[in-house]
Design a protein around this ligand. Sequence first.
Ligand code: CO
Length: 212
Amino acid sequence: MAYKNIKEIFEYNQVWIEEQLKNDPDYFFKLSKRQTPKYLFIGCSDSRVSTEALMYAKPGDVFIHRNIANVIPSNDLNVLSVVNYAVNHIKVKHIVVCGHYGCGGVKTAITATDAGILNPWMGYIRDVYRLHKKELNAIKSLEKRTDRLVELNVLEQCINLVKTRDVQQALLEKRIEIHGWVFDMRTGKLIDLEFNTKKVAKEVLDIYNIVK
Ligand code: CO
């Protein structure tokens, strides 16, 4: 929606309140009680990756963290705190890393260029490029190569989750699953990349295991 001004947002807020109350007079009373979402969604900040819309979810259904190109750096206190809180306090059952085709962050990262203050963040995505350079450089079309890097970035960020203590502990206790998804905004479709948590954990935990 193209809002005319900031004031209009507050008018639409009132419209939304009235719509909810018309369907259920106790809507906000119920909403304010407690959150028990089963899903943590880590996605891109892109304004078109509207988590609730694409999951057909309602307030209270999904705990959400979004940043540029859905990255989970092992030293980023922001995302690590979200994962910690979601896994240990809210006790979500699923963590979803969701990328999207045509991601501006990935597009910038795939080009060796000075991105200014974004350089360190781009570096995380460029690391994924380096890990999969052979496969990616074999793809001639830049658009297709970018889309493949979007997918590989999601899968690598799923592995980054496995590197964290909180997720390792939850995996050991068999109370969490990790999923890698891509949102294709050209069709609206959500695509499951079928990240195999068990298999990957087996492959990488001899290096990353920190839970006794
Ligand atoms: Co993006």
